[in-house]
Design a protein around this ligand. Structure first.
Ligand code: GLA
Length: 393
């Protein structure tokens, strides 16, 4: 859909022209999975897929929510902003408006708004359609409510934190900050090496001569709010508590693989122990992978991606049949440097590094094996790494 078509759809929906338009991207994470809420590093890129928001003020003191993707519409009085029942999609936007006010009491919502959303992140693919929607809303409403940090870098970090708080409070997912951060701070042709404890980050160029980042959609929807995600967050907390009896730590990411050997014995809960083992290994793999990419050692980067998948499969147990089938089929293709699940897991997508000349074989082989074993038809996208949130008009 073009932005012109979105403008037309706005006019049809509300009988007037949109005043402003914003865009915020989804993301793909190259490595560093389930490390963000453990104080570790992540390495995501913003995509060219994302969420658009068109808006105009109204005189009715209501927030009207429409989406070109969802049939439900909502009309919420400005004076009565609170979480809506039945997993209403407007919660991802409403929560951001609420949280802007709470984090910045000087920010005032002084009128009602007519809003239209459109997203082209494949639904349920684990490519952060919800973070895109949160960050685009946070961007638009910080502007409408007259709150802005003059420092653009700090402003974007704050947009990510608003989005994350919305996810916690309005969607009930106790996520880390990775998705919203990538959506806010993305940079064309770069990945973001983010320390999720300090929120310091650097943009690292993704220069892959003759290699593409390929995203494979299992079309087995990931259900991040299914409780399994929050279970992982709790299990890691248990591990931190038990380890802290012998070595006080705030986060699992503080442990090196050497430290692990010394402390693993005190974790009595076998599940918590497996989870923590993944996190400690993944933190080390992520650091090594970023260095490998900077040196142009894509082969090593790919090997670490594959090791990451194995650890997410065996220790973190967030892959499942579809993601495992997809990754394992990819590993069989000559010209694949590495392949792993990306995002929260439990369905969604894999991310693979594939040599240009192997892309057609990759799609044919992985597609065939995947369909035979799961009965589902996958989709493949060559990732275009884009910029973070922006105002378009
Ligand atoms: C989801 C969450 C992120 C992160 C990933 C796993 O995408 O929203 O915060 O925890 O899962 O790395």
């Amino acid at each position: 859909m073009t932005t012109q078509e979105m403008n037309l759809a706005f006019e049809q929906a509300y009988g007037k022209k949109a005043e402003k338009m914003y865009f915020s991207p989804g993301r793909v994470n190259l490595i560093g999975e389930h490390t963000d809420y453990n104080g570790g590093c992540v390495f995501p890129c913003a995509l060219s897929f994302g969420a658009w928001l068109l808006l105009a003020k109204n005189n009715d003191q209501v927030l009207r929510f429409r989406s070109l993707n969802m049939p439900q519409t909502y009309s919420i009085p400005v004076a009565d902003i609170k979480p809506q029942p039945d997993r209403a999609w407007c919660n991802y936007a409403l929560g951001c408006i609420d949280i802007i006010r709470r984090r910045h009491p000087e920010a005032k919502l002084e009128s009602g708004y007519d809003l239209l959303y459109y997203g082209n992140v494949p639904a349920g693919a684990g490519l952060s359609s919800s973070a895109a929607m949160e960050v685009v809303t946070a961007r638009a409403f910080t502007e409408e409510m007259n709150w802005k940090d003059a420092d653009d870098k700090k402003y974007r970090t704050e947009l990510a934190l608003i989005g994350q708080a919305c996810e916690h409070e309005y969607a009930g997912v106790m996520c880390g900050v990775m998705d919203q951060f990538a959506s806010a701070q993305g940079k064309k042709d770069h990945a973001i090496h983010l320390n999720c404890d300090t929120l310091e980050f650097e943009h690292v160029p993704v220069k892959l001569e003759g290699i593409k980042v390929v995203i494979s959609n299992t079309h087995s929807p990931h259900h991040l709010d299914s409780g399994a995600y929050n279970d992982r967050v709790r299990q890691c907390k248990t591990a931190v508590e038990q380890i802290s009896t012998v070595k006080p730590i705030k986060h699992l990411a503080e442990l090196t693989p050497e430290d692990w050997k010394e402390v693993e014995g005190v974790i009595t809960d076998p599940i918590a122990k497996k989870r923590a083992h993944h996190v400690v290994g993944e933190v080390a793999r992520t650091a090594e992978a970023v260095e490998a990419l900077k040196k142009g050692d894509i082969k090593r980067f790919g090997e670490l991606m594959t090791q990451s998948h194995v650890s997410l499969r065996d220790d973190y147990e967030v892959t499942g049949k579809e993601l495992d089938t997809m990754a394992e089929a990819a590993w069989e293709v000559e010209g694949v440097l590495g392949s792993r699940m990306t995002g929260g897991g439990f369905g969604g997508c894999t991310v693979s590094l594939v040599k240009d000349e192997a892309i057609e074989t990759f799609k044919a082989h992985v597609g065939k094996v995947y369909e035979e074993k799961t009965g589902l038809k996958p989709d493949f996208y060559v990732a275009e790494i884009g910029d973070g949130v922006s105002r378009l008009a």
